[in-house]
Ligand binder design. Structure first.
Ligand SMILES: Nc1nc2c(ncn2[C@@H]2O[C@H](COP(=O)(O)OP(=O)(O)OP(=O)(O)O)[C@@H](O)[C@H]2O)c(=O)[nH]1
Length: 898
């Protein structure tokens, strides 16, 4: 660009007639111009016009210069003339011949100037293009370097990530140190990425550092196709087309900078008409696009699977059966991928479906993982920790006592009497709560744990589950009543479980009390008391008068000593559930008797097919405690379901283990239930067949507490006969839910709700599905109703009812109907359709049905004694005069269960 200012500043001002004034004409005439470029540089150029000289031999024979006439102003410049553009320093000579220029016409001068300017601009354009090309190359190189650095950083990050994941897998064995390492790796990778990013940003900023002039945009007002370089300007001036494609490419960042430098930041990113119509924008690749292409290329190089190098191969613990989802989880694969693999194997399975280990094995291999087969039993292996504790770790523990005896012999009274002797009870305060068991602190310093469960039913129930909680049985026998039915039952149960018995002869305060009689009776049941040379201790007590309690305590402690009751308190707790219930405010609550180790708040445990974390523990006085040692019963909060009385309670190392065991047990329970329904083993099927036509009444029992539930179940099972049976499909503690209704609906069962109600959803469902829910609060009512239902299922009793006799007086042979007997009713009545027996000489010769009963050719309902009638038998014609007809009907009488 040339300006008068530049001209003015040049060292040798040309022939300016008037300095400081703008006179384009004159500057051109000087032949020297100063030019400044967009990148900030400027230079002076001198324009010289050289004329060629020609020589000819003159008349004198000497060579002489031929002087040609000055060109006409109207003529175009001669081709002989050459325009040379020189750099300023070289052009020190004044422009000559000055006179020649002076001779040019104005038009000629303008034309020449135009040509000169065009030539100069063409030169400038070329130089600028070369310069831009150089910059572009530089930029390209920088970008390549950045891409390379980025790629290196990314690979490093990938590697670090892979290492991290491997370390993660190894963490199962040795977690901490490996994890730190992986984190370090990740940090290094992150640092590398940050550096790469910084580098890239620096590189991107680099073009910004170029001279501001170079970035100077073209005038804003110009259209999109405005010339962007001097070369373009010339070309455009000469009527040529600006070919954008040939322009040196520049990065989007440059483009942005360019835009920004125009001060049009607000329009950044907006679509304008010019930008939309501009070819330039259409041809430029965005940075994101470049990145995408690069990533795509990389992916292709790696075989098109981006995740492949990141995949962590795992060892899958494979049980005998596994759900598709669980299999996916264990491999850290998506369930859909597992399903796809299964489909390839020809197995159509849904996400919740269980597949066998063999199929799962193939899927695992297919997905590149390894497996470790475990049997069902392996799941529970090691759950109990160290099975046998070292002798040195063992310490004496207090005995656990169960009180049994006949109804009203004073079990509750005796327990109350003992409890009232508790020294801690009075001091500590708190309201005594029923938690099914409690520990009594006696004056002597001894502690005895009593199981406060009613009767021997709970004892038996626990024993059935394999739980041996009780160390000693105290058999309460009323001195005035002696051995009764339930006393004998209790003796048998205690004997069967091998638990020693101490006999407490109660009600000694009563006038008719006779302890010797009791001792004698005990002999009949193979219980030889110490007085008679045996090993069974007897203690005479009175719960009412609170006498003999010390002796009972002594007897218990002596027995405990003999049993050498010891436990290791310094280990993870193992215990048994004594009672469980669903508390409205606290959720599932279980009374647990710790048998080994110490249960601490926060421990994770498995109990039956439930698991949880000990949220809080309370004793029978409702006081919060944080630890519970051996032989201490505690109420535990934090279960995720309600376990059964007698279920084990084991502390495990983590949630995963607890969940795994609970799930395994739940599955086992389901399998057992399925087997019990006859879909199980062949033996069970055969047994069912052998049972013959045994009708079953399917029921579901839901109760408020475990005790009531057990009581109802036991009562109902007692009603079973050879003909009818109660099939208890499910029992549970808590409200009736939708799952109960579903089960009832599918099996045709009815639901016994004892002191519980159905939740709204279950209620709605039961109405919809027509499932019968019976609400009870008295066990006898349950028993009565079930008895009635069972009775209704009994085959009715069939009884024969005699109607009358008839005597055959005449036999008619009628062609169409066969033989008809003309009879006289001698006794009672004869009814149409009734059963008949044909007697000849008092011998039954036929038993069948009466086909027709007529009087005077008309069919009648019945004929009474003393009247004549016609009879014919169904499919029987061997009748004679004198035969007797005995007429009777079969009555059905409903039966009742006893
Ligand atoms: N005289 C006298 N009566 C007693 C004694 N112990 C209990 N009783 C009474 O015997 C009755 C039954 O006592 P419980 O303690 O309820 O007997 P139980 O064996 O727990 O009865 P169930 O819970 O129904 O099995 C009550 O009326 C008591 O007052 C005692 O030592 N002397």
């Amino acid at each position: 660009m040339t300006s008068s200012k530049d001209t003015k500043q040049s060292k040798k001002p040309l022939t300016l007639s008037r300095p400081n004034s703008l006179e384009l004409k004159k500057t051109v005439e000087t032949g020297q111009v100063k030019q400044s470029f967009s990148h900030g540089r400027s230079k002076s150029v001198t324009v010289e016009v050289k004329r060629s000289r020609t020589f000819e031999r003159g008349e004198s024979g000497r060579m002489a210069e031929v002087t040609t006439p000055e060109p006409q102003l109207t003529e175009a410049p001669k081709p002989k003339e050459a325009v040379v553009v020189k750099k300023a320093p070289a052009a020190k000579k004044p422009i000559k011949p000055k006179a020649t220029q002076d001779n040019l016409t104005n038009a000629e001068k303008a034309k020449r100037m135009q040509v000169l300017t065009a030539a100069r601009q063409a030169e400038e354009g070329k130089r600028q293009a070369a310069e831009e090309e150089k910059l572009r190359l530089e930029e390209e190189n920088k970008r390549k370097a950045v891409i390379q650095a980025e790629e290196n950083a990314r690979l490093k990050a990938d590697e670090a990530e892979r290492l991290k994941q491997e370390t993660e897998a190894a963490r199962v064995e040795n977690a901490k140190s490996s994890m730190e390492k992986a984190e370090d790796e990740a940090k290094v990778a992150a640092r590398a990425t940050t550096e790469a990013r910084k580098k890239r940003e620096a590189a991107e900023r680099a073009p910004d550092r170029r001279p501001a002039r170079q970035e100077k945009p073209k005038p804003k007002k110009k259209p999109a196709a405005a010339p962007t370089s001097v070369g373009d300007a010339i070309a455009q001036e000469l009527g040529g087309r600006v070919k954008q494609g040939n322009k040196p490419s520049f990065t989007p960042k440059q483009a942005t900078d360019k835009k920004e430098s125009t001060g049009d930041r607000r329009n950044k990113g907006k679509l304008t008409i010019s930008s939309a119509t501009s070819d330039n924008d259409g041809r430029q690749r965005s940075l994101a696009s470049v990145k995408r292409r690069r990533q795509k290329k990389l992916q292709q190089e790696r075989g098109g699977n981006r995740a492949a190098p990141m995949k962590v191969l795992r060892e899958v613990i494979l049980p005998e059966t596994i759900t598709v989802q669980e299999l996916g989880n264990r491999m850290a694969e998506r369930a859909t991928d597992v399903i796809k693999e299964l489909m390839k194997l020809g197995v159509m399975a849904t996400i919740n479906q269980t597949i066998d280990a063999d199929t799962a094995e193939l899927v695992i291999q297919e997905l590149g993982h390894t497996y470790k087969r475990v049997t069902d039993a392996d799941v529970e292996q090691g759950i109990l920790g160290v099975e046998v504790d070292d002798e040195g770790d063992l310490a004496t523990r207090s005995p656990v006592v169960t009180i049994m005896g006949h109804v009203d012999h004073g079990k509750t009274s005796l327990l109350d009497a003992i409890r009232s002797a508790d020294v801690v009870r009075g001091e500590a305060g708190g309201i005594t709560q029923h938690i099914g068991a409690y520990q009594v602190n006696l004056k002597s310093g001894n502690k005895i744990t009593f199981l406060d469960t009613p009767g021997h039913a709970a004892f038996t129930e626990m024993r059935l589950r394999g739980a041996t909680v009780t160390d000693i049985v105290v058999l309460v026998v009323a001195a005035d009543d002696g051995i009764m039915e339930q006393t004998i039952e209790a003796i048998n149960h205690a004997k069967a479980s091998g638990v020693p018995i101490i006999v407490a002869i109660n009600k000694m305060d009563k006038p008719g009390a006779n302890s010797d009689r009791v001792k004698q009776e005990l002999l009949q049941h193979e219980l030889v008391v110490e007085d008679m040379g045996g090993d069974v201790q007897t203690v005479e007590v009175s719960a009412k008068a609170q006498t003999g309690l010390d002796k009972l305590e002594e007897a218990i402690m002596l027995q405990a000593e003999l049993l050498e009751l010891k436990a290791n308190s310094d280990r993870d707790a193992i215990g048994t559930v004594i009672e469980s219930k669903l508390d409205k405010g606290r959720g599932s609550v279980a009374t647990v008797l710790v048998q080994k180790g110490t249960l601490v708040v926060g421990d994770i445990f498995v109990t039956g097919s439930e698991w949880g974390r000990v949220r809080a523990m309370t004793n029978e006085r409702g006081q919060q405690i944080t630890e519970a040692g051996p032989a201490l019963p505690v109420e535990v909060l934090g279960l995720n379901g309600t376990p059964n009385a007698g279920d084990d309670f084991i502390v495990v190392e983590n949630d995963a283990k607890a969940r795994e065991i609970a799930e395994y047990r739940e599955q086992k329970k389901k399998d057992l239930a399925a087997a019990a329904e006859g879909r199980g083993s062949l033996e069970q099927m055969l047994a069912k067949l052998k049972e013959g036509q045994a009708e079953e009444l399917p029921v579901i029992i839901k109760a408020d507490v475990h005790g009531s539930m057990e009581a109802i179940a036991t009562s109902l099972q007692k009603m079973n006969t050879d003909e009818v049976k109660v099939n208890i499909l499910h029992t549970g503690v808590g409200a009736i839910n939708e799952s109960d209704i579903t089960l009832a609906q599918s099996t045709g069962a009815f639901v016994i709700a004892f002191n519980v109600r159905a939740n709204p959803q279950a209620r709605e469902m039961s109405r919809r599905e027509n499932v019968d829910i019976r609400y009870y609060s008295i066990i006898y009512n349950v028993v009565d109703d079930v008895k009635a239902a069972l009775s209704g299922m009994l085959e009715p009793e069939q009884r024969e009812k005699f109607l009358g006799y008839a005597e055959m007086r005449e036999i008619f042979n009628i062609t169409k109907t066969g033989k008809i007997a003309g009879c006289m009713i001698t006794e009672g009545i004869v009814q149409r359709g009734s059963k008949v027996r044909l007697l000849r000489d008092n011998v039954v010769i036929h038993d069948g049905t009466l086909k027709t009963l007529r009087r005077f050719k008309e069919e009648v309902k019945e004929v009474k004694e003393g009247y004549e009638c016609g009879m014919a038998f169904e499919n029987y014609f061997d009748i004679q005069v004198g035969d007797q007809v005995e007429c009777y009907i079969i009555e059905e009488i409903a039966r009742k269960l006893d």
